[in-house]
Design a protein around this ligand. Structure first.
Ligand SMILES: N[C@@H](CCC(=O)N[C@@H](CS)C(=O)NCC(=O)O)C(=O)O
Length: 212
């Protein structure tokens, strides 16, 4: 049977992995389309026609032809469509949205930046790496404080706020940040990794693959 969802991305990409993790945790099979960013495929007209920002990820919903961009918006859409990980009430949904915005305001930018500089994908002077690392650590401190005495970011179960934030925190090591300094965050990552359907970042193949 044809899978409902088609995910376009690249295995290296944190935002692509957030969406792939959501699909996997929700038990939704999906076709995966590898976008060759090394050759600039994401800036070519065929991709731009589907993803206005020339980025990955892109999610296609074959049930209705929708093309969705921006990982946080895609997570909200998938929560709506699957009825999973969307929060138990309006108040929870509002808190989830707050954390999604906070992620890209405070955590994802600096942590992903430190990662690509450390991996040698981007060149930057030492002070840029230091600034990114310090800002990522400051955001992790906020997250660690929030998780004190809590199992999940919002409410009593995993939501897309956890999936979204995990898709950044999981790269802390590659960003040169030792998570043992953030014990509540460390314990929370273990809880998320124990969920049925969990797949570690980087599980996507280096080529396109149809749903199993
Ligand atoms: N806020 C976007 C960020 C997406 C993003 O930065 N994707 C990167 C790959 S990890 C990309 O496509 N970079 C190419 C570009 O921005 O030109 C999201 O969450 O989907």
């Amino acid at each position: 049977m044809t899978a409902r969802f088609e995910l376009h991305g690249i295995t290296f990409s944190g935002p692509t992995n957030k969406v792939a993790l959501m699909l996997s945790l929700a038990g939704e099979p999906f076709d995966y389309v590898h976008v060759n960013m090394m050759s600039g495929e994401h800036k070519q007209p065929p991709h731009l026609a589907k993803q206005r920002y020339g980025q990955v990820p892109l999610l296609v919903d074959r049930n209705n032809g929708r093309h969705l961009c921006q990982s946080a918006a895609i997570l909200e859409y998938l929560a709506d469509m699957t009825g999973k990980f969307g929060g138990a009430s309006l108040d929870e949904r509002l808190q989830i949205r707050e954390w999604l915005y906070w992620d890209f305001d405070r955590l994802a930018g600096p942590l992903y930046r430190a990662r690509v500089i450390r991996l040698g994908i981007r060149q930057a002077p030492p002070e840029v790496l230091e600034d990114a690392t310090n800002n990522a650590k400051a955001a992790l401190t906020v997250l660690d404080g929030h998780l004190a005495g809590r199992s999940w970011i919002v409410g009593d179960g995993a939501t897309i706020a956890d999936i979204d934030l995990y898709g950044v925190v999981a790269y802390a090591d590659q960003a040169g940040i030792d998570l043992s300094a953030y014990p509540n965050v460390s314990a929370w990552t273990k809880r998320l990794e124990a969920l049925p359907g969990f797949r570690a970042p980087g599980f996507l193949p280096q080529e396109s693959k149809a749903a199993a």
